[in-house]
Ligand binder design. Structure first.
Ligand code: ADP
Length: 542
């Protein structure tokens, strides 16, 4: 028997309409590329979004058209998100840290019609212009006074809005209509497009705001360090208006000192980003011997948060929520906020639980062995991780080959991660399948080794990669950035690993480097490290 309830299509513009009416005084504060600090309320943002939609329509943007953005976190980027999706077009966020070749590839693959860019990226587009499609219209996200001298034919964002009506007849769209396009960073081959729908984005916003109330609640002031070009800032531009939280947009300055100052001056209560960012803030906190005064929660994801980092913040009164996800999952797949009975566990047990990646309503998880048979959720069995849910891709945009490789016979998406799941349903990511180290027929988790090595005071950051070994197949090499003047030895590292691992799992080599290469999404690039250490040889087995 069918229920007798209305079926109103879910639509992202309704999130902003609601915020404009109900949370009208919550604000978007933006450090702009022009150098100033800009403030607008959700009510003002909704009006400007309507003006922008009129402006885009005047440019010929219609339903299904891809409009690309190349921009930092800021109010104009936020307005673009809503105007583009709200009018039935697709907002394609481009990661400026992609290689020139990849950027040209995705703009061409997405068939973008318009590209909206921040001032910072004018030189980048000038250099690429020859390789970009002829029919691409450029909009510079600034006002007339800041339009630069450039050979590019640029329209001015603020002029697109000028004089346009402050309301728009937002179309009612089927909820499966595409609204956002984000390409993976393509560490293995060409980037692949995740095409989000209104339905998936609204549901993801609801799931995250229900499961992450410590960050997302009315009156909260959230600083998304995670860029709007990295999977929609992990959904914050949708979740924050929904609950009435303000967004503090940091623009391009993401170093520890700038973040600390902005957190303090804007009374930031929560901030989300990848571990490398929190290393920078940690240094600043240590230097000033103070924590931003209102900072209550950090959400850390994108790569594994080392336990030493979690403990650093937790012992200073900042709650850490360890989250896991990927572009293909909108992106949040699990989050590690502890359930109430676990919150009173002793410190050590709590930190161990927080080092896991958690769980989330709306995302089903399964782990399977090499033959695809399901493994138990007992905290012991380790297998390849598959996911299913309303915020997860069913395929890649215009890419049947990649789709076929990613979706299994039961319709689940293969994450490429290897994990265990405990009896509480907590996910524990062991590694990316391609980063695991196979030694003598046994697996060693590079993440586990990194986690423990990071606890050595002489290690500021590190990564472990597999180096081929004649006898053992592969052996772990630790590549570390020393902290300050420290010069830890391999023996020092082994000493902190004692008790955590069997001896055969210890890294066999240590290389000290000045810094680690990062991917376009700010994670340590093991691909680059593998290339850099391709000629590395073990002394014993050649
Ligand atoms: P890309 O694949 O382009 O790096 P994503 O941001 O989608 O971009 O990366 C997703 C991957 O990042 C996951 O499959 C996983 O390997 C890793 N990851 C994300 N969060 C965590 C986490 N908390 N712990 C361990 N690995 C993580």
């Amino acid at each position: 028997m069918q229920g007798l309830m209305m079926n109103q299509p879910l639509s992202v513009i309704e999130l902003l309409r609601f915020a404009a009416e109900i949370h009208g005084s919550a604000e978007i504060v933006s450090v702009r590329t022009e150098g100033d600090l800009h403030r607008e309320t959700y009510t003002q943002a909704f009006a400007r979004t309507a003006q922008l939609a009129h402006g885009l329509r005047a440019l010929g943007v219609g339903p299904g058209d891809r409009v690309a953005t190349l921009a930092w976190n800021g109010h104009r980027h936020f307005e673009l998100y809503y105007a583009i999706s709200g009018m039935g077009a697709v907002c394609h966020t481009i990661n400026p840290r992609l290689s020139a070749e990849q950027m040209v590839y995705i703009i061409t693959h997405a068939e973008d019609r318009v590209l909206c860019l921040d001032l910072t990226f004018v030189p980048l587009i000038e250099a690429l212009a020859e390789q970009l499609p002829d029919n691409l219209t450029f909009v510079l996200m600034t006002d007339r006074a800041h339009m630069p001298d450039t050979p590019l034919d640029l329209l001015c964002y603020e002029e697109l809005l000028d004089g346009q009506p402050e309301s728009y007849d937002w179309p009612v769209l089927p909820e499966d209509t595409a609204m956002g396009l984000c390409y993976t960073s393509g560490t293995t081959g060409n980037p692949k497009g995740a095409l989000f729908s209104h339905r998936s984005t609204v549901l993801h916003a609801l799931f995250m705001s229900v499961t992450l109330p410590r960050s997302l609640h009315e009156g909260a002031r959230i600083l998304p360090v995670v860029p709007m070009f990295h999977v929609n800032s992990w959904g914050l531009p949708y979740g924050a208006p929904l609950v009435g939280a303000s967004l503090i947009m940091p623009g391009p300055k993401l170093d520890g000192a700038s973040l600390f100052d902005l957190m303090e001056s804007e009374q930031v209560t929560a901030s989300w980003g990848v571990p490398t960012v929190w290393l920078g803030l940690r240094e600043e906190i240590a230097k000033r011997d103070a924590v931003p005064s209102k900072l209550d929660q950090l959400a850390i994801g994108g790569s594994a948060a080392p336990r030493s980092m979690i403990e650093f913040y937790e012992t200073r009164g900042v709650d850490v929520c360890h989250a896991w996800g990927m572009t293909e999952m909108s992106p949040i797949g699990t989050q590690g906020q502890l359930p109430v009975p676990m919150q009173s566990l002793p410190f050590d047990a709590r930190m161990a639980a927080k080092s896991k990646q958690g769980r989330m309503f709306g995302v089903d998880l399964k782990i399977v062995d090499e033959d695809g048979a399901r493994l138990p959720h007992d905290g012991e069995a380790i297998g390849e991780l598959f996911v299913r849910g309303n915020g997860i891709v069913s395929g890649y945009f215009n890419n049947p080959e990649a789709t076929g490789a990613a979706i299994d016979a039961e319709g689940w998406f293969g994450t490429g991660d290897v994990a265990s799941i405990d009896k509480n349903g907590f996910l524990y990511i062991q590694d990316r399948a391609k980063d695991l180290i196979k030694s003598g027929g046994e697996w060693i988790s590079s993440i586990d080794l990194e986690n423990v090595a990071m606890a050595h005071p002489g290690v500021a950051n590190c990564a472990v990669i597999a180096i081929p070994h004649q006898k053992w197949d592969e052996r772990p090499l630790l590549i570390a950035v020393p902290a300050g003047e420290a010069r830890p030895s391999l023996e020092d590292i082994h000493a902190v690993m004692e008790g955590h691992f069997a001896r055969w799992q210890f890294p066999d080599g240590l290389e000290l480097v000045d810094e680690l290469p990062l991917t376009a999404t700010g994670k340590v690039s093991k691909l680059t490290l593998r290339q850099r250490f391709a000629d590395y040889r073990w002394a014993d087995a050649g």
